[in-house]
Design a protein around this ligand. Structure first.
Ligand code: ADP
Ligand code: MG
Length: 237
């Protein structure tokens, strides 16, 4: 399902941090929101998942306007940098949690948790608790929990930031594999240009609360709109 932000505006007090931003993410694509710290990436993601209300503009998922839809009712799955798994629950219980909230039957839950564990390849870890997992494994659980309700849109906020270099590489390709296999529309927030270039179909490069350029990784690299873009991608003129 495609996603359309039109004239999105966000203020904190008197400060306008996003000013009339337009963004379209196509159905089934993985879009990077890339940019330096503080440029407004997370703020944009929070508006899309409904954690923050928008101060202006509209948001559509496909034909449906969801601008004022409460967060719990939006068809989105979210993964944050710090996993936010429930420490007292097992892996299986963590993944099952969104389904229990939906009051699914026990056998439906067992089936779905099994299916998700297979997708993210943690079927052998279902009885462990988060503290007994590596960072990469925890991030796989977070992905499974985000996807278990079959959302239309997957939102990832710096999902690799807490991983060491080796796991980060592994999880880059794993997240991409999972996104491709499920065909889910996804947005990856990152400040790492290599991550955006290697994982995403297109990149929206942000600066000071707006999008400076939106293109494929190759298009942006070979034809940067300005010096900021060129510098940020590590290809200064
Ligand atoms: P990014 O994710 O790109 O690093 P953010 O979206 O978190 O940036 O922040 C964008 C701007 O909004 C920053 O200047 C930040 O200080 C400000 N900001 C974010 N959240 C809040 C908040 N809850 N209250 C006030 N200012 C905020
Ligand atoms: Mg952020």
């Amino acid at each position: 399902m495609d996603l359309r932000l039109t004239k999105f505006t966000k203020r904190f007090g008197d400060v306008t941090v996003i000013d009339k931003m337009d963004l379209t993410v196509r159905s089934g694509e993985m879009m990077a929101l890339l940019g330096p710290s503080g440029c407004g990436k997370s703020t944009t993601l929070f508006a899309i998942c409904g954690i923050h209300k928008m101060d202006g503009g509209t948001l559509h998922f496909g034909e449906e306007e969801v601008t004022r839809l409460p967060a719990q009712q939006r068809p989105v799955g979210v993964v944050f940098q710090n996993y936010a798994l429930y420490p007292h629950m097992t892996v299986a219980q963590n993944i099952a949690f969104p389904l229990r909230v939906q009051r699914k039957t026990r056998s439906e839950i067992t089936d779905e948790v099994g299916r998700m564990a297979e997708l993210v390849q943690i079927s052998n870890l279902l009885d462990r608790r988060p503290a007994q997992l590596s960072g990469g494994q925890q991030q796989r659980v977070a992905l499974a929990r985000a996807m278990v309700r079959k959302p239309d849109v997957l939102l990832l906020d710096e999902p690799l930031a807490n991983l060491d270099a080796k796991l980060r590489l592994e999880m880059r390709s794993e997240i991409r594999r999972i996104q491709r296999e499920t065909g889910i529309t996804a947005i990856l927030v990152t400040h790492d240009q290599v991550e955006a270039m290697s994982m995403c179909d297109r990149i929206a490069l942000m600066k000071d609360g707006g999008i400076v350029q939106l293109d494929t990784p190759m298009g942006m690299y070979t034809d940067p709109a300005d010096k900021f873009v060129a510098g940020f991608l590590g290809n200064p003129p």
